[in-house]
Design a protein around this ligand. Sequence first.
Ligand code: HAM
Length: 426
Amino acid sequence: MDIVTKAPRGTEDKLPSQMNKWHTVEKIAAQVAEAYGCKEIRTPTFEHTELFQRGVGGTTDVVQKEMYTFNDKKGRSITLKPEGTAGAVRAALENGLLNEALPLKLYYFTRCFRYEAPQSGRLREFNQFGVEILGANSPVSDAEIICMVDDIFKFLNLKNVALEINSIGCPECRAKYQQALREYYKQYEAQLCDTCKERLEKNPMRLLDCKSEICHGFAKDAPVILDYLCDSCSDHFERVKKALDEMNVKYTVNPRIVRGLDYYTNTVFEFISDSCGAQGTVCGGGRYNGLVEEIGGKPVAALGFAMGLERILMVMDAQNADYEPAKRCDLFIAGTDENASSYALSLVRQLREYGFWAECDIVGRGLKAQMKYADKIGAAFSMVIGENEIQAGKAELKNMKTGEKMTVNIGDKFAENVNSVLMAVE
Ligand code: HAM
């Protein structure tokens, strides 16, 4: 196939016929986030590469292997965002949002770009819905953000999604853990992939989420962070679990969750489903108390999550979920000749101003072909306008399903007349 007619590997067209699914998920996600006090933020699709190197971490798979990075015409290194957190935090800092009432609660929909091997549920361009809360350190805020995901999934009627949580502690307890990891991995050093050989000294935790098969195998028996938590981190984690228990949010503790991005501290979590291919994680997140400082702000405790919308839709499709119905055309007005068609356009315009989805012929079809088209687009009602109707100021509204006809005044207050007839039918 000609390259011009083929979308790049790992990208997906979202077609008009799928939009009701996207709108269902987007509407519920935004409604729930707003009920939690979050406000929407939109940030650029690309950022300076340094933001992700510093924020996400130079030794992560995302930064080392997966970013779409290029030099712009002035030679500046630019990267298409691989995730939404770093950009949202950068925007909050740059625009002084952290000087307003804290906690600052933000939500976003964003496209993300990662050069990964595409497979079912894993794309190179994908969509995330995310929430970031800045200026909250209490275990209740960890519970609140997890609860928000739980609520979104409840409203979406998503079933069999399991929540797994863990704590990866603060930099102090992590230093001891990293030493234990170095000692563990030393025995396998020669067999590690080249990237992991390099990471072993600098950031051994990243060996745990390396996607290479051999490294992945060694991760199974590696020491777990929960055994290295300091008292304060351990206490924080206990309180998060207690708050989740109180809200009746079911979870299991999985000490092997470390997340693939460097900014996390303390609580991390993933929501897992077996209905989205090999890629089970539909949502991931956690606390990232060091990120704001890392990218140049004062220390601010923060936490968040992001869900992959393509994966959510895969799960919903597999579960035959209910989506909001696709919109359909309310009324098609056919014209018997060009003069009538132009009159039909003025009627259609009135209906559109009133809020109806209304259509008329704009391609010069004959009457029969117009009615066939009305049927094809699923119009609920139709009306034929000719010289007689224009003269009489009346026309017949036809229910396309039942064939029932009702007379409507097309002169004064046309849209109101149609509305009252349709209301009476429903
Ligand atoms: P993440 O786990 O890298 O976290 O991505 C979040 C979600 O995006 C995943 O759980 C998955 O559903 C989806 N996702 C990731 N990669 C792909 C892909 N290649 N194709 C399709 N879907 C994908 C983050 O991005 C963090 N920024 C989350 C966060 C926000 N943590 C704190 N605040």
